[in-house]
Every structure is written in structure tokens, then in C-alpha cells.
Unconditional design. Structure first.
Ligand SMILES: Cc1ncc(C[n+]2csc(CCOP(=O)(O)OP(=O)(O)O)c2C)c(N)n1
Ligand code: SF4
Length: 225
């Protein structure tokens, strides 16, 4: 963690858990110096000085093509594209879909908190049916979008695509490691993390965990896709 400034994530946020697990895996694999973390716009940008690894700031929805380009320029790097569910599955979907279809050797980490966190909790493609947000005050009517399942249709059979949750650190590390190994073997990889946003969910302590376990997990099934 940076010595100069405190992290800006809200208390109880899931982003720092994902980042810490990623760093733990990189350290275990002795790859921290080769790793470059591309950041989308959203609460993911708060990661820019959270870890002692190099970061790259991109535009909202453009982190996948940016880090794809970085990987082409520096094939020995471990290139991560780090985004929220809004950045990955709404504005960034077109480039993410084609990166998977072309089997680009980049590792995409998607933090799915079912809303647009940084801008105040608006409806995202992943918002659950019935979920109340500032843009769906009577409850969202649409079925949530399942990113990993959709990508599996077009991805190479050697790509690694999976979903886990921030309350399962063992599985998180296992999947991050497999995603990095896929990149090292020149294949696309993506891990989606079911994550907490207590600020916009307006939940406290145990209710935050309950929301993830009882509302999110039945819809967003964890596992390798
Ligand atoms: C091109 C563009 N459109 C919209 C925005 C406004 N914007 C900033 S962050 C954000 C949403 C971020 O939500 P998400 O990607 O789900 O990440 P989270 O903050 O939840 O981690 C939006 C729409 C922007 N910065 N740039
Ligand atoms: S708004 Fe939500 S996603 Fe953003 S830092 Fe706060 S808790 Fe995390």
C-alpha cells in the first residue's frame, strides 16, 4: 500500500479485497515487477496508488483495448485490465467482446457490484431485477447481464473465464493465478468478482454480506465457465 496517501475506497468496499488478492498472487508467482494494472474510470481508478505496482489510467470503458495494446508493445509484461461492471459490460462491452473473440493475451478483472458505484449507484447492466437504484426507484425490470457466460460463447477453448466473490479469498487467488497462467500461454482471461458497495447499496455490516450471498450469488453463479 502507498505510504504517501491513505486509500480512498469507502469502508467495506470490495475493491481493496480484489486488489490485495491480485497482489498476493503476483508476489507468490514472483511477477509483481512485470505486472501493469490498467484502470478504467470508476471506483477502480482509486487503485492507482493502492499497491506498489505500476498502473495506467484509461478512459471509461477503454481499459481492455489499452491494455491489449500495452501487451502487444511489451509481450513480457503481465497486463491487467481492471474495471467495474459498468465499464466492462456497458460502455466497454464492444472492445471486451472482441478481445475475447480474438483471444488477446490480456487478463480482465471485473468488479461486479451491480451498480455504477463512483457516480452514485445508478442502474448498470448487472443490476438485479427488482433492485432499487437512483435510476430505477421502483426496482429494475431488466434481467441482469451475465458477462462471463456471454464471453464463453466466443472465447478460445484455452481462455480462462470465471466468476468468484470477494468473500472467498481462496477461490479468488486460485482463479487469478489461472487467469495469469492463461495470459502467459498467450490466451485471453477474465475473472469477475461479486463485490460489495455498501455506500450505494446503503447496507451495513452483516446486511452487506447477506446481499451478496442471498441476492447476487443465486443469479451470478460462481465457478469456471
Ligand atoms: C465516456 C464516459 N462516460 C461516462 C462517464 C461517467 N462515469 C464515471 S465512473 C462511471 C461508472 C462507473 O461504474 P462501474 O464501471 O460499474 O465501476 P464502479 O465505480 O462501480 O467500480 C461513469 C458512468 C465517464 N467518466 N466517461
Ligand atoms: S462507492 Fe462503492 S464501489 Fe466505490 S469505493 Fe465506495 S463502496 Fe467501493
Amino acid at each position: 500500500m502507498s505510504q504517501e496517501a491513505p486509500a480512498k475506497f469507502c469502508p467495506g468496499c470490495g475493491h481493496p479485497i480484489v486488489l490485495m488478492m491480485m497482489k498476493r498472487v503476483l508476489d507468490d508467482m514472483d511477477l509483481s515487477k512485470q505486472a501493469v494494472l490498467g484502470l478504467d474510470i470508476g471506483c477502480s481508478l482509486l487503485a492507482w496508488n493502492f499497491l506498489p505496482i505500476n498502473t495506467f489510467q484509461t478512459h471509461h470503458g477503454r481499459v481492455t483495448p489499452t491494455m491489449m495494446g500495452f501487451k502487444r508493445a511489451r509481450p513480457n509484461s503481465i497486463s491487467f485490465a481492471y474495471a467495474g461492471d459498468g465499464g466492462a459490460y456497458a460502455i466497454g462491452w464492444q472492445s471486451l467482446y472482441h478481445a475475447a473473440r480474438r483471444d488477446e493475451p490480456v487478463t480482465v478483472l471485473v468488479v461486479n457490484n451491480t451498480i455504477y458505484g463512483m457516480t452514485g449507484g445508478q442502474t448498470a447492466p448487472t443490476t438485479l431485477q427488482g433492485q432499487c437504484t437512483p435510476t430505477s426507484p421502483k426496482g429494475s425490470v431488466d434481467k441482469p447481464f451475465l458477462g462471463p457466460e456471454a464471453l464463453k460463447f466466443v472465447a478460445n477453448e484455452n481462455a480462462f473465464i470465471a466468476r468468484t466473490a470477494v468473500n472467498d479469498p481462496k477461490q479468488m487467488q486460485e482463479y487469478i493465478k489461472k487467469a495469469i497462467e492463461a495470459q502467459q500461454a498467450n490466451h485471453f482471461s477474465l475473472v469477475e468478482f461479486l463485490s460489495f458497495c455498501p455506500t450505494n447499496w446503503r447496507t451495513k455490516g452483516p446486511d452487506t454480506l447477506k446481499y451478496l450471498e442471498e441476492k447476487m450469488k443465486p443469479v451470478f453463479v460462481v465457478g469456471v465457465k
